[in-house]
Design a protein around this ligand. Structure first.
Ligand code: AMP
Length: 429
């Protein structure tokens, strides 16, 4: 079944064909007709499934129809924002904005973008010129609403993209504030890679009789991505990464660290190893982040070290390798991280470097994935079991939150690793 079955405007079909999309992806097949029928939706789709087009195309289609009536009477009529897409990060906002511009390039529909960390004035100017669609991060959107550069009085379509991440990042108050300023009569679409109780609770306040759309099992990682876990001592992780990249001649490797300082330090050390590497995180200016990303995409840098927030929304075509230098404290972030590769059905490899002290984090990830990941050693980088202390067994059976708090406060008691603990660590044949 091709895109033509959705009865989309010819100008949208033309843009889709130029992108080389021959068939809609499963989330597009499921979501587009429901959004076109004007129903609210709650959609669970893993990253890289084509979810942006799943909401962008039907929104553009509805706006084309609305505008054709209006423009035939007065082309210069007011163009208040009719569709709002909220994203948790600037990078995702840019990604979604670019998609709207790409898909809508042969139409009259205008799209604007608003996010923090850059001057607000050009955004005010763009909104003054008139925009039908606005893609925004919650904080900057509120700034516009408060200073009067934007009104949501004519809002008809509201999308929450990566809603789980928005809650993780603590945007609940901003969301409530925005909702107070939006009309109650509207079509709302919620997309989330993972579902938990907080998302279901949010959906109750946002959505009106939504259709639930799930194209894969909940909280499932991208299936095309091969996942490998290497046991290695924490102080040899950087050496192992440089070895892998160098030996296998990998290009475009995205590496995740938990902290901004960690990202900078790792990038610096890898450069010393002869691997051109840059870092992106929230302390860098938007300009520096954009530049680093662009150079990575163009292959000028071989590796990009990122924190979870900075990496959210990165869409790098053909990215094959993701390395978790450290496992994330929030297990669901693992799914987002490895979803940066294997996008739209392509193959990918996700490698996690696991030091003994991180084993409890792996257990939390395995719980979310609902299966175990095989652990192995890379010859020459075997962990030194004589110096292994594992806090993981202390945390087993206690709540994840408690364990996380303990780890974050650095207040972990250590235990010697028992024989049975060690038996889980399998040497690679
Ligand atoms: P998304 O999940 O929206 O971030 O999309 C992931 C990638 O899939 C992007 O690079 C899109 O350009 C691409 N994509 C979206 N829809 C299709 C399609 N129907 N066929 C092929 N690629 C697609």
């Amino acid at each position: 079944m091709g895109f033509s079955s959705f009865k989309l405007d010819q100008n949208l079909i033309k843009a889709i064909e130029e992108q080389g999309y021959s068939e809609p992806t499963p989330i597009q097949t499921a979501a587009i007709p429901v959004i076109l029928s004007k129903r609210d939706i709650m959609a669970g789709a893993q990253t890289g499934t084509g979810k942006t087009a799943a909401f962008a195309l039907p929104i553009l289609q509805q706006l084309i129809t609305n505008l054709s009536t209006k423009l035939s009477t007065n082309i210069n009529a007011d163009r208040p924002v009719q569709a709002l897409v909220l994203t948790p990060t600037r990078e995702l906002a840019q990604q979604v904005y670019k998609s709207f511009v790409k898909y809508g390039q042969y139409t009259e529909v205008r799209t604007a973008i608003a996010y923090g960390g850059v001057s607000i004035n050009p955004q005010i100017e763009a909104l003054k010129q008139g925009a039908d669609i606005l893609v925004a991060t919650p904080g900057r959107l509120l700034d516009h609403l408060i200073n009067g550069s934007l009104s949501l009085d004519h809002l008809s379509y509201l999308v929450f993209d990566e809603a789980d991440r928005m809650l993780d990042m603590g945007f609940k108050d901003e969301i409530n504030n925005i909702l107070k300023r939006a009309p109650e009569k509207r079509q709302t679409m919620l997309f989330s890679a993972t579902f938990d109780q907080a998302i279901f609770k949010l959906s109750k306040t946002l959505l009106n009789d939504p259709q639930l759309i799930e194209v894969s099992a909940r909280n499932k990682a991208a299936t095309q991505v091969e996942q490998i876990v290497y046991n290695v001592d924490a102080d040899r992780k950087r050496e192992l990464i440089s070895h892998l990249i160098g030996m296998k001649n990998w290009r475009q490797v995205l590496i995740f660290t938990r902290t901004k300082q960690g990202a900078d330090a790792l990038a610096k050390e890898m450069c010393k190893d002869g691997i051109k590497t840059q870092s992106i995180h929230g302390d860098k200016s938007q300009g520096a982040r954009d530049k680093a990303l662009e150079e990575f995409k163009q292959g000028k840098t071989r590796a990009l070290v990122a924190t979870d927030v900075a990496a959210r929304g990165l869409d790098i075509v053909d990215l094959q390798y993701v390395i978790n230098y450290e496992l994330p404290y929030v297990a669901e972030d693992y799914i987002h991280r490895i979803g940066r590769t294997g996008r739209a059905g392509g193959a990918g490899l996700a490698i996690s470097l696991l030091s003994p002290k991180e084993e409890w984090l792996l257990e939390a990830i395995e719980e979310v994935l609902d299966h175990k990941l095989v652990q192995q050693w890379l010859p020459g980088y075997e962990p030194d079991l004589t110096k292994v202390d594992s806090p993981s067994r202390n945390t087993r059976g206690k709540s994840k939150k408690h364990a996380r708090q303990k780890a974050l406060s650095g207040n972990t008691k250590t235990n010697s690793r028992s024989k049975s603990d060690n038996s889980r660590w399998k040497k690679r044949k």
